[in-house]
Design a binder for this molecule. Structure first.
Ligand SMILES: *Cc1c(COP(=O)(O)O)cnc(C)c1O
Length: 374
């Protein structure tokens, strides 16, 4: 089965990992520092904190933002459940804002209409790798005193109005799962615009340990002393994974170029095919396409999905609206809330896209899709 996404691992990636295994540090060593600095450098020059997953990075971001009971978090339903669930776990009320009909990105006008002084975070998702409209979202956030968050699990390496992903919101989170734009196996990272927010995220991912003597509240212990002021988790990324991440980061430009080539090849082949809508791109963004989401019209998505899978093409559907999950239905969220997201979900089909996908394989996917439609 040709998968919808997969990692690309080179000989250099492998030797970077082997080198760590032969050294002194398996975790919380120099490779973690180097990886965090490299991620920060491509993400607007802000401090980055690595994490065990994109989900962990989202949990860290909401914790660093101070999200808790009584707070509202506005987010998009067109995402993986973790964008919302990690705020729910902290006690926040999730308010889902519908998406734009064409991009499936959170609609800033809807966000502006529903934001209140209880809104703590406005969390956008760069669906398929296409950055959301952060200038508009930031205006609303500033008006109500909220923070912006970019769940950039799909979009590392992309730009919006000339600014890199990582510099678009107060907080940005990445996932380095194997299907994403670069991988550490499992892994993720957070980038924060302010050092204070990055430090809070760092402590949350490090069991809440405070190690700076100038902040100690217990001052009569010895040089071994460390203390906890707020609870945290162990969400630390290993040096093994960080070495892979560093090696992968060096290939990100090449990955982005190949994803753009595949996108252009699909666009050209599918633009005139009846029954299919190809993804749109706004003029002010330069995305790194994590997904290639087409829309299958006339109620035929499931049938086409099944035919493609039967033909060995590992298509995927991204995503069922988050509030359809029983955990949210149990809380009283109802279908019909976000009609654009539901209409998008009903038609969406993700075609294979990953750096090692060949032109020949792209053509085969197109042939299979055209056949499935006839
Ligand atoms: C993959 C993904 C996550 C979660 O990342 P993990 O590393 O799998 O925990 C969060 N949000 C979105 C939009 C994702 O695609």
């Amino acid at each position: 089965m040709l998968p919808y996404g997969r990692q690309s691992i080179s000989a250099d990636d492998i030797s970077a990992v082997v080198e760590v295994l032969q050294g002194d540090w398996l975790t919380t060593g120099p490779a973690v520092d180097r990886f965090e600095k490299a991620v920060g450098a491509i993400a607007g020059g802000h401090r980055a904190v690595s994490a065990t997953s994109g989900t962990a990075a989202l949990h860290m971001a909401y914790a660093a933002a101070g999200v808790g009971r009584g707070d509202q978090v506005i987010t998009t339903p067109m995402t993986f459940v973790a964008t919302a669930s990690t705020a729910s776990i902290l006690g926040a009320e999730i308010v889902f804002a519908d998406v734009e009909e064409d991009t499936a990105l959170i609609n800033p006008a809807v966000v502006d209409a529903i934001a209140t002084d209880r809104t703590k975070v406005i969390a956008a998702v760069d669906y398929a790798g296409h950055p959301a409209d952060y200038d508009a979202l930031q205006r609303t956030a500033d008006r109500v005193g909220a923070l912006t968050l970019d769940d950039a699990a799909h979009s590392i390496g992309g730009t919006y109005r000339g600014r890199p992903v990582g510099d678009l919101a107060d907080l940005t989170t990445f996932s380095f799962f194997p299907t994403k734009n670069l991988t550490t196996g499992e892994g993720g990272a957070l980038v924060a615009r302010t050092p204070a927010m990055a430090q809070r995220a760092h402590e949350f991912h490090f069991i809440g340990l405070v190690r700076d003597p100038s902040r100690f509240r217990i001052t009569d212990e010895g040089p071994w002393h460390q203390e906890v002021h707020d609870f945290g988790f162990n969400y630390r990324l290993t040096d093994i994974a960080s070495a892979l991440g560093l090696a992968q980061l060096r290939r990100l430009d090449a990955f982005a170029r190949r994803r753009a080539e595949i996108t252009a090849r699909y666009d050209a082949a599918l633009a005139e095919v009846e029954g299919v809508r190809i993804p749109v791109q706004r003029a002010d963004v330069d995305p790194v396409r994590h997904l290639y989401p087409v829309r299958i019209l006339e109620g035929r998505r499931r049938e086409v999905f099944e035919r493609m899978r039967a033909g060995g093409i590992g298509v995927q559907v991204n995503y069922m609206p988050v509030y359809w999950h029983p955990v949210y239905q149990d809380q009283g969220y109802r279908r019909g809330m976000c009609p654009n997201a539901e209409a998008f979900y009903a038609e969406e089909l993700s075609l294979p896209i990953f750096p090692d996908l060949t032109d020949h394989e792209v053509d085969e996917v197109v042939d299979r899709l055209v056949t499935a439609l006839t």
